[in-house]
Design a protein around this ligand. Structure first.
Ligand code: THU
Length: 133
């Protein structure tokens, strides 16, 4: 594990404290690191209209993008009620759109597993398809 990843993992763990997860009671935290080593955190925000819920990963991503940060290296994800919480399909797609080479760290707080986003979303739909033909 890279030294600076232990801080990122800690940031993911801490960020779930603000989760709004009253419907699922499943709190998730994410910490997204930019290429210049800034960190944007996110937690899941649920809605009574369930499908409007936003995952921790997308909250972290839109926070960063909305503040002008567009280059990302790593995301750490932590959920308190499961060991290694993989990002959902919607999050994989949105993260891929902005950071196809992202490293994804799933952590249970003690151990972590690291993946390439590309491996988590094979044969991804991407921008280049929009311009073909
Ligand atoms: N959730 C996340 O925030 N990230 C994930 O990687 C998986 C799921 C949230 C969405 C919802 O608020 C709750 O976890 C249960 O699905």
């Amino acid at each position: 594990m890279k030294d600076n990843n232990s801080k990122l993992i800690e940031d993911a763990k801490l960020s779930l404290k603000n989760a709004q997860a009253r419907y699922s009671n499943f709190r998730v935290g994410a910490a997204l690191q930019t290429e210049d080593n800034k960190v944007f955190t996110g937690c899941n925000i649920e809605s009574s209209s369930y499908s409007l819920t936003i995952c921790a990963e997308r909250v972290a991503l839109v926070k960063a993008l909305s503040e002008g940060h567009t280059k990302f290296s790593t995301i750490a994800i932590y959920a308190e009620r499961t060991d290694f919480c993989p990002p959902c399909g919607a999050c994989r797609q949105l993260l891929f759109d902005y950071a196809p080479d992202l490293e994804v760290i799933l952590t249970d707080g003690k151990e972590s597993k690291t993946y390439k986003l590309r491996d988590l979303l094979p044969v991804a739909f991407e921008e280049s398809q929009l311009n073909k033909k």
